[in-house]
Design a protein around this ligand. Structure first.
Ligand SMILES: [Zn+2]
Length: 99
């Protein structure tokens, strides 16, 4: 008997040549060379989708935000499939000074 949770899963990225093979549940991420080094989800082989970065268009000010390898502030990476959408959000980080 084959346990489903141990099934091999093959991952790839539509924006670069990265591939991976995993066993068990969970997602797979990589630093995508096609998206300027952003930490990006990989997709299961055979899934038609678009993976794209969502640039931040409002004022950054003093917030600590994620930048891609080209120095652009990025809000999220969106994976759009035929049957839905997933999003990785890079939330700004707050800073506190202790006096
Ligand atoms: Zn990639």
């Amino acid at each position: 008997m084959t346990r489903i949770l141990d099934a091999e899963r093959r991952w790839s990225c539509p924006n670069c040549t990265a591939t991976a093979v995993t066993r068990g549940p969970g997602d797979r991420f990589h630093a995508c060379t096609g998206l300027a080094g952003l930490l990006t989800p990989m997709v299961l082989d055979g899934v038609r989708c678009e993976v794209r970065a969502v640039l931040r268009e409002d004022y950054v000010g003093g917030e600590d935000v994620r930048h891609d390898g080209d120095g652009r502030p990025v809000m999220a990476v969106t994976v759009t499939r035929d049957d839905g959408q997933d999003r990785v959000v890079y939330a700004p980080t707050a800073h506190v000074r202790r006096s």
